[in-house]
Design a protein around this ligand. Structure first.
Ligand SMILES: NC(=O)c1ccc[n+]([C@@H]2O[C@H](COP(=O)([O-])OP(=O)(O)OC[C@H]3O[C@@H](n4cnc5c(N)ncnc54)[C@H](O)[C@@H]3O)[C@@H](O)[C@H]2O)c1
Length: 353
């Protein structure tokens, strides 16, 4: 049976990679992509599917109940994958409210619309439907030098961003516990890959290095993140949608822990060897550390490996080269994003929807 996916935030970094992954993998699916197109949403990420009847774009806010009810009434949705979020920690420190609005209220609103659309009885829902909340390892807080986040690790977020994601997770869990609403939550580590908005570490450092600009590094740069190639994340989400046990949380990560300063130096070295031999680590500029900056994240992916057979297929050394090459090969994309002209692209292609 042909499946219909409602993907929210599909014009962002991971959402657009997920749409690429799914439309390349499956011929007989349709994807309804709902995105508000904030500064982080870029329809150029999906240019490949402009004329593909399997991809239908709806310009809407997940907080807009009427719009979301309309989408669910017009399409026979089987799966909802909620990527839509404000996702940048620094922005959450300067403006927490929009994070509560989209990440918490938007999630609850979406859950409620889906519950109404899928309900068949008191505690029963249409056969085979599922809501998947794309969450983050940041909800667990920070680790010391030892140990890993397991699904049973208590939630202990520190930033307004991670607190909003943790709140959303609790509502998703509440919908399962209270109504038996069919859900999964995935908590993934830091992603890297194509189409990431250049406020985030890898494209930011890449862009600045190419332009011989200072490379801002928070504090000593020894904050450790568990880096996962975005395609491996997309594959995990697909597996959880298909075979994840209802109500369960699945951690996704690859035991690929690297300090931020290592990532920065890797990028400089790649550019030095492949593009411009004059760049050096002299561009690194240590700046005052982010408030409440978590020191180390590390995921234990044992559960998703054991239950669903998922593992990270892309070694960091391969994934990072692929990623950096992608940005070099897509200088127009980067130029449009950094100049803001990517927002015009949508109007040209879709009019004033
Ligand atoms: N980037 C990571 O490393 C990472 C890791 C783990 C989990 N996550 C989670 O994955 C999801 C996607 O992250 P990302 O890095 O792709 O983010 P992103 O900022 O690149 O994309 C977010 C997308 O959501 C859209 N959006 C924002 N508010 C909306 C709203 N109210 N209604 C509809 N659309 C809205 C934006 O326009 C954008 O297209 C987020 O939920 C994030 O918490 C990200």
């Amino acid at each position: 049976m042909k499946k219909t996916y409602l993907v929210t935030g599909g014009a962002g970094f991971i959402g657009s990679n997920f749409i690429h992954y799914m439309l390349q993998k499956y011929q007989d699916i349709s994807i309804i992509n709902v995105d508000k197109l904030t500064y982080a949403g870029n329809m150029e990420n999906l240019a490949e599917f402009e004329n593909d009847p399997r991809h239908c774009f709806v310009h809407a806010d997940i907080c807009d109940k009427d719009a979301m009810k309309k989408v669910m009434a017009e399409h026979n949705i089987d799966y909802i994958v909620n990527f839509a979020a404000e996702s940048h920690v620094d922005r959450s420190i300067s403006n927490p409210e929009i994070f509560v609005q989209t990440n918490v209220l938007g999630t609850v609103s979406l859950l409620n619309c889906a519950k109404q659309a899928w309900q068949t009885g008191e505690d029963t829902f249409k056969e085979g439907v599922k809501y998947l909340q794309v969450s983050t390892d940041e909800v667990y807080g920070s680790l010391g030098a030892e140990g890993y986040f397991e699904e049973t690790t208590p939630i202990c977020p520190h930033s307004p961003y991670s607190s909003s994601k943790a709140s959303a997770d609790l509502f998703v869990k509440a919908y399962f516990d209270t109504y038996k609403f069919p859900v999964n939550i995935t908590r993934c580590s830091n992603n890297y890959g194509p189409f990431q908005f250049p406020e985030k570490l890898i494209p930011l450092i890449m862009n600045n290095t190419l332009q011989h600009k200072e490379l801002p590094v928070y504090g000593d740069g020894m904050q450790v993140r568990d880096w996962l190639f975005v395609e491996d994340h997309c594959k995990a989400i697909d597996m959880v949608l298909n075979n994840g046990r209802l109500g369960e949380v699945y951690n996704i990560g690859g035991h690929n822990e690297r300090p931020n300063i290592f990532i920065v130096k890797t990028i400089i070295e790649y550019i030095r060897q492949n593009v411009d031999s004059s760049v050096s680590e002299d561009l690194i500029h240590h700046v005052t550390d982010r408030k409440g900056h978590d020191r180390r994240y590390g995921i234990d992916p044992a559960k998703i490996k054991a239950e669903l057979g998922w593992f990270p297929e892309t070694p960091f050394e391969v994934g990072i080269k692929k990623t950096l090459k992608w940005y070099l090969d897509h200088k127009d994309w980067m130029a449009h994003v950094t100049s803001g002209s990517y927002q015009e692209y949508y109007k040209k292609m879709y009019g004033d929807q």
